[in-house]
Design a protein around this ligand. Structure first.
Ligand code: CP
Length: 302
């Protein structure tokens, strides 16, 4: 193990100053005021689960910081179909000396162990239902660019229990003083106590309380048999639409990490609301991931 590696599996090595420094770096990269980079080496992207945003955002970010992305998509023609395990797959790709290894995988893969075994730093690109720290970073950056974070009240609506994104939000948002509340069917309320976390059974009450709102996808694929929930029922009680948006403050921002089930979590007209930042989140993701890659490969500010 290389103790100097700056892998990014979670936020345990990030305080508020690190986060601000990363966001400032993302701002600088966004401005385009930087020297063109020479080739730094390759970045291995191993995606064992489906992705559009995270995968293409990291691929784009790699190109833009001088890293050549090499991609393994588990759905298209890898030796996983011959019985090779994801662990062995990562070890083999890591033996090709990439500068960084970016992994999206299920909860059963031990990313911490992989990180101890390989030379390159590892970035968590979405780890089962455990965590999705780069998404939490870009969500926080999207808010940071437009609003003071200290004391900001964020309402997360929906499937918090099964959401790796929400799990990473709980880990990092309080570092910057953001207060999080949840709202949704009780079956989605986290089962373990979370400090300073409150829950709204009513979307109307939640929207009236918050300074910004984030809707989450209804993750039907992660629901066990004891979750009996109809998408239509969810839409009626917890879908964000033109009518209930009138309860939201005029300066509030509307977020969703994607992918969106249009007409379930949010309706089409929400995309046309001036407070909606869903595509800005995707744009922010590119610059945050560029800054993150630079930090992880050793070029970012400490
Ligand atoms: N938000 C997010 O992780 O989207 P993808 O699953 O498309 O990467």
């Amino acid at each position: 193990m290389n103790s100097k590696k700056k892998s990014f599996l979670d936020f345990r090595h990030y305080n508020d100053q690190d986060l601000v420094s990363l966001f400032q770096s993302a701002q600088e990269l966004r401005s385009g005021r930087h020297q063109p980079w020479s080739f730094q080496g390759t970045a291995a992207l191993l995606f064992f689960e489906n992705s559009t945003r995270t995968r293409m955002s990291f691929e784009s970010a790699c190109w833009r910081v001088g890293l050549g992305p090499v991609l393994l998509d588990a759905n298209s023609g890898s030796s996983l179909v011959k019985g090779e395990t994801p662990e062995d797959t990562i070890l083999n790709v890591a033996a090709m000396d990439p500068k960084v290894v970016i992994v999206r995988c299920g909860s059963q893969l031990d990313l911490e162990k992989i990180d101890r075994e390989i030379k390159a730093p590892v970035i968590n690109g979405g780890w089962g239902s455990k965590s999705h720290p780069s998404q939490a970073l870009l969500d926080l950056y999207t808010l940071w660019r437009e609003r003071p974070l200290e004391g900001l009240k964020l309402l997360i609506v929906g499937d918090i229990l099964h959401s790796r994104v929400a799990s990473s939000h709980f880990e990092v948002f309080k570092t910057m003083g953001v207060q999080i509340a949840g709202c949704g069917p009780l079956v989605f309320k986290p089962k373990t106590p979370i400090p300073d976390f409150q829950w709204f059974d009513s979307l109307h009450e939640g929207l009236s309380w918050c300074d910004s709102v984030m809707a989450l996808r209804l993750q039907l694929e992660r629901h066990s048999e004891d979750v009996h929930l109809e998408a239509e029922d969810y839409r009626i009680h917890f879908g964000i639409n033109k009518n209930n948006l009138s309860l939201l403050k005029s300066e509030a921002l509307i977020l969703h990490p994607g992918p969106v089930n249009r007409g379930v979590e949010i309706t089409d007209e929400v995309f046309g609301d001036s407070r909606c930042r869903i595509l800005d989140q995707v744009n922010s993701g590119l610059y945050v991931r560029m800054a993150l890659l630079k930090r992880v490969i050793g070029e970012g500010k400490e």
